[in-house]
Ligand binder design. Structure first.
Ligand SMILES: Cc1cc2nc3c(=O)[nH]c(=O)nc-3n(C[C@H](O)[C@H](O)[C@H](O)COP(=O)(O)OP(=O)(O)OC[C@H]3O[C@@H](n4cnc5c(N)ncnc54)[C@H](O)[C@@H]3O)c2cc1C
Length: 456
């Protein structure tokens, strides 16, 4: 054991190194292995057992009853973003950059949602053909993120002008999102699963969440539901619809530079997967059956069945002459749920509207074209705004579109731009002391442009 005075001096020295950018912060010590690693003065010291009141559920007449109980308020904030996927990330950065107190809660331990945890990686529809020119429509927060990824290795491929479907490295994306969100001053809480809402009449006043520290509340002036599945607007009783969609599981295979393509082709194995920033690694999508992404039994069944199919596919490649060196590098830690709940917004944007030349007075983002070839489609603010409830917005894959436009709206690009719009709108509502329904659209569009967004 290091004597305490030495330990304090060492900690101070390391703190100084960290603040000078010369080494890892305390607690981020990289170790070669676990043997003999617990030498630090703080490790394994006893800490007081948390003393919190208990309100266990109980059985009454065969029913499980949850008793009434006061909840500790974890934070009070201006804007609360629930869910840190592409949409939630952009919303939180936008709101914080606009100067309001912003908090983000995320059930997992990283940002990016399906993009990073679902290993989706390929950012389709970043561009559209505007007035005859191929134009980048994902700018602002999403553009900033991709620009930063383009400056690191391995960060993003196919992001150069004229190329399609930029594909980012999941770890670089998570890291860069952490950087941007902390730089913006967002108060972030990982490992917190929002489970309920706090209502005052027709207005949402915050959320209830569960974590290892028990059940707590966060109060907010505006809440943005970017859970992807509309967990918050559904709990608040907002009108919405629910859809089935294909549920898949993405995986990555390694050592693809070592395969003998000709031999594999002779055996009928032509496609290894798509290119991604890591050398010798390929990304493999899996579509899966169309089913209910809110059904626990289905989610469990598909995790097991998809993982089996992936394992067997890679074993088959390895058993084929020419593919012996390929290995299964990673199966996405998050199941690929494409669509579940869609908000009933004040404007349901239809596929037809998106393919006709038009604009809306409340355009807050421009959707891209999957092949870059058609024009960008204006996205009105109404797709983010519930019909009746106040204090609440959504963005990303749960936005209000018709069945056919889901396929465009759920792409990462549209999630980034609608998230950006929701964050800016929430910030403006806080600043102007009004509900998101009443924000001044001209001011919102001006704020979005100031933050670099492309509105056509
Ligand atoms: C298999 C598959 C392949 C795809 N391929 C492509 C592709 O090639 N290109 C493309 O552009 N798009 C693709 N997509 C679509 C795209 O990846 C997603 O639609 C998009 O990333 C969704 O972003 P989001 O922020 O709206 O939601 P999500 O990424 O789902 O983010 C929601 C976040 O909220 C968190 N969360 C959820 N519930 C709670 C809660 N109750 N409390 C706290 N946190 C919560 C989640 O952990 C997550 O971080 C694909 C999707 C799938 C499933």
């Amino acid at each position: 054991m290091i004597p305490l005075s030495h330990a304090v001096a060492r900690r101070k020295l390391l703190q100084w190194f960290a603040s000078a950018g010369l080494g890892p912060a305390i607690g981020s010590k990289l170790v070669a292995d676990e043997v003999g690693a617990a030498k630090g003065a703080r490790e394994l010291q006893p800490t007081p057992v948390e003393d919190r009141p208990h309100y266990p559920a109980f059985l009454r007449d065969g029913q499980v009853i949850q008793p009434e109980r006061p909840l500790p308020v974890f934070r009070e904030t201006d804007v609360l973003v629930v869910g840190g996927g592409a949409a939630g990330f952009a919303a939180a950065v936008s709101a914080a950059r606009a100067g309001v107190k912003t908090m983000l809660v995320e059930r997992y331990g990283y940002l990016g949602g399906l993009w990073t945890g679902g290993i989706v990686l390929v950012v389709i529809s970043t561009h559209a053909t505007q007035n005859g020119d191929l134009t980048q429509v994902v700018r602002g927060i999403g553009g900033d993120l991709m620009d930063r990824l383009a400056k690191v290795q391995p960060g993003i491929v196919n992001y150069e002008p004229g190329k399609h479907n930029p594909t980012s490295d999941p770890e670089a994306t998570k890291f860069m999102m952490d950087q941007m969100i902390t730089e913006a001053g967002v108060d972030i809480a990982f490992h917190c699963w929002a489970t309920d809402v706090i209502m005052e009449g027709n207005t949402i006043r915050g959320v209830v969440f569960d974590s290892k520290a028990g059940r707590q509340a966060i109060l907010a002036k505006v809440v943005i539901d970017t859970t992807g599945d509309g967990d918050i607007f559904a709990a608040a009783g907002a009108e919405h619809e629910q859809r089935l969609h294909a549920i898949g599981l993405v995986h990555r295979i390694g050592n693809v530079d070592r395969v003998d393509k000709d031999k594999l082709a002779q055996a009928g194995l032509k496609q290894m997967g798509s290119i991604e920033p890591l050398p010798s690694v390929r990304w493999v999508n899996l579509r899966g059956p169309s089913t209910n992404g809110l059904d626990i039994a289905e989610l469990t069944r598909l995790e097991i069945e998809h993982r089996k199919a992936i394992w067997e596919r890679v074993q088959k490649i390895r058993a084929t002459p020419g593919g012996e060196d390929v290995y299964l590098m990673q199966v996405a830690p998050q199941l690929g749920v494409r669509t579940t709940r869609l908000l009933a917004g004040t404007h349901q944007l239809t596929y037809q509207e998106s393919r006709e030349p038009r604009t809306f007075p409340d355009t807050v983002a421009i959707g891209g074209a999957q092949n870059g070839k058609h024009a960008g489609w204006p996205i009105p603010y109404g797709v983010l705004l519930p019909k009746k409830l106040d204090g609440l917005l959504t963005a990303g894959r749960s936005s209000c579109v018709d069945e056919k436009l889901v396929e465009d709206m759920r792409l990462i690009a549209s999630c980034l731009t609608t998230g950006h719009a929701a964050g800016a709108a929430a910030a403006l509502a806080v600043k102007d002391n009004c509900t998101p329904r009443d924000v001044d659209i001209a001011k919102l569009q001006a704020l979005l442009k100031e933050q670099g967004a492309y509105l056509g």
